[in-house]
Write a protein that binds this ligand. Structure first.
Ligand code: ADP
Length: 158
């Protein structure tokens, strides 16, 4: 059984995240989206809200599940007995950051393998932070996020 986790903030989930999830779901037997909740980080959507949105969005893929994690991802993976960690990369800036992160995770647990998936060119400009900003000015985000996320953003910035 080839199992992998996909940890991230998903604040909010975008078409870029879903594209990675869709492609990974055809590679791994089980793909687990991990909604990270770091105490030191401010989120627009609560952990519960992000989990609920993602659960709705991953329904088309039977081998994809969504879980919540407010602890260190490496420890969480040990509990789940998963060694593979997938991260998406949109470009070289992302890669520099992701590379450092993977080195840190490797230092914490040498058994963890980070696999990078490059973005689909159609989604490389999508970034949750920019989408939050656009939505805060009531801009149209319908090409960037699925309808339930667009609705949730409208509700937040009503
Ligand atoms: P984090 O705060 O952990 O970086 P994000 O929710 O921003 O969480 O991203 C989760 C993962 O999805 C990261 O690996 C990120 O690089 C990747 N990702 C985000 N947007 C895209 C996109 N448009 N295409 C491909 N990967 C993406």
């Amino acid at each position: 059984m080839l199992k992998a986790v996909f940890p991230g903030s998903f604040d909010p989930p975008t078409f870029g995240h879903l594209n990675i999830i869709e492609r990974a779901s055809s590679i791994f037997d089980e793909f687990i989206v991990v909604v990270a909740d770091n105490r030191g980080k401010k989120y627009l959507f609560s952990g519960d809200e992000r989990v609920t949105l993602l659960k709705e969005l991953v329904k088309p893929w039977k081998n994809v599940s969504v879980v919540y994690c407010d602890s260190l991802i490496v420890g969480f993976m040990k509990k789940l007995q998963v060694r593979l960690l997938v991260r998406g990369v949109r470009g070289t800036n992302d890669f520099a950051y992701e590379f450092d992160l993977s080195m840190m995770n490797k230092a914490l647990d040498a058994g963890i393998e980070t696999l990078f998936m490059t973005t689909d060119p159609a989604y490389f400009v999508l970034r949750s932070s920019a989408i939050r900003e656009l939505a805060s000015f009531h801009g149209d985000v319908s090409a960037m996020v699925p309808p339930p996320v667009a609705a949730a953003l409208r509700e937040k910035y009503r």
